[in-house]
Design a protein around this ligand. Structure first.
Ligand SMILES: [Zn+2]
Length: 451
């Protein structure tokens, strides 16, 4: 593919892109009329850019010949100079046909993407790459340019959602793309090599539909089947309340926020357990649900006294002592309260962590609480990211690991958090739609049109 002229390779690659896309559509269920252009493009962006990480072959074909030439051209010219010592330098420089690659450089320039002489993205007045003059071989250009093209595509969609007159759907797409970025997104590309990284097909499909903003398989007009279970103060019998009964939207925005059935606690608990495992792997002791006397509010022993129970206590003994009281919190980035106002990346998680800080205050009674917020599409709050970096540094120290091993472990931890989140959300969605789902292959297309 890299050695074909762009006019030959690009149509071929675009055909492959369409095949990849239609395979994904088939695997995710018969939702052909539910895919919009953002979702189609998103499928192929890297997972850290809110995508599903499948790679855009069309992008690679566009810049493939160019990046290949950037690696080979200097040595080819050097070789030509050696074997034709009598040739003029200008003749050597002209000996290789460059039209296809130059055409692509020109197209990229029109899209605002220019390469410097070192094969990096050029900024300001840096000298621009010119294939007709001698230059050093540049590596890694294929990855750099395909990522830049995906980024450009993504920013165009993001901009559309914040423009005046954006539709509700475009605003939801923008909030979703922001929230899918980085964080626990690595679950998308994780190899199920250990228990904490395993998703069954149904869980993966629910997670992927949620991520791509596709409707879940729920009947049109179905009502939320979540219900609360509780014990009467006098008896041991487990009783159930009435089912919630609110209309279920196809994206399950309601189910993810429903007050009944404890869906919120399920995701929360699942994330806490994943984080506890991470803490232990980093060489720390971890206890869950510990009551922290320093954070008790009100007069001890009085009716107003409220005990504070924190999700996780993570600590380590000398010679490298450390201690965190962690309060994990999970929020849907398209909950009703998040829909109005300015859409900005990480807004939901940042605000959730700030509310926790407000609640506990800075280091009350000598105890400082680390809030760890997760958005429903996997983005982590800044304090959670910081906690993971600190734990990762401890892990690196413990294992005498180098930077690349630390980075790989950090990605795996985030994938494990994502897997924990997706599994719990899958259960909530299934319970909300119990008895009112459509099967992946018995779906009535006419019904889904008026959703
Ligand atoms: Zn409900």
């Amino acid at each position: 593919m890299r050695t074909l002229e762009p006019q030959e390779s690009i149509p071929l690659a675009e055909e492959l892109d369409r095949i990849v896309e239609s395979t994904a559509r088939t695997l995710l269920g018969p939702l052909d009329n539910g895919w919009n252009e953002v979702q189609e493009a998103q499928l192929r962006w890297p997972c850290t850019l809110s995508g599903a990480g499948m790679g855009r072959i069309g992008h690679a074909a566009r810049v493939g010949r160019l990046s290949c030439l950037l690696q080979c051209l200097p040595s080819a010219r050097e070789h030509l100079t050696k074997i034709f010592p009598e040739a003029e330098q200008s003749q050597i420089l002209e000996a290789v046909p460059l039209d296809g690659a130059e055409g692509e450089l020109h197209r990229l320039r029109e899209e605002g993407i220019e390469l410097s002489l070192q094969g990096k993205l050029a900024h300001g007045s840096e000298p621009r790459l010119n294939l007709r003059v001698p230059f050093q071989a540049c590596r890694g250009v294929l990855g750099l340019l395909t990522r830049t093209l995906a980024e450009a595509e993504r920013s165009a969609y993001l901009a559309r959602g914040v423009a005046a007159g954006a539709t509700e759907q475009q605003r939801r797409d923008t909030a979703r793309l922001h929230s899918c970025e980085a964080g626990a997104s690595h679950w998308v590309e994780a190899i199920p090599s250990r228990v904490g990284l395993r998703l069954n097909d149904a869980e993966f499909a629910t997670g992927m539909r949620h991520r791509l903003g596709l409707p879940q398989l729920v009947q049109n007009g179905a009502k939320c089947q979540l219900k609360a279970e509780y014990r009467e103060p006098t008896g041991d019998d487990l009783r159930s309340s009435n089912v919630c009964g609110q209309f279920l939207d196809p994206f399950m925005d309601h189910a993810l926020c429903c007050q009944k059935g404890g869906g919120f606690y399920r995701v929360h608990g699942s994330l806490c357990r994943a984080l506890a495992n991470i803490g232990r792997e980093a060489g720390c002791e971890v206890t869950s649900e510990e009551i922290v006397p320093e954070l008790l509010s009100g007069e001890p022993g009085s009716d107003e006294a409220v005990e504070a129970r924190l999700d996780l206590h993570v600590w380590a003994h000398p010679p490298f002592p450390a201690e965190w009281f962690v309060d994990v919190t999970h929020h849907h980035a398209w909950a009703v309260r998040q829909r109005s106002g300015q859409l900005r990346p990480g807004k939901t998680a940042e605000e959730a962590e700030a509310r926790k800080y407000e609640r506990y205050g800075p280091g009350r009674g000598g105890v400082s609480v680390t809030p760890a917020a997760v958005e429903s599409w996997g983005r982590l709050g800044p304090e959670f990211e910081k906690l993971l970096r600190q734990l990762n540094a401890r892990w690196g120290n413990l294992k005498q690991a180098d930077a690349s091993a630390c980075a790989a472990t950090s990605r795996r931890w985030k994938a494990e958090l994502g897997v924990a989140q997706v599994r719990a959300m899958h259960v909530t969605c299934m319970r909300a739609a119990r008895g009112v789902t459509t099967t992946p292959h018995g779906h009535d297309a006419a019904n889904s049109e008026d959703r």
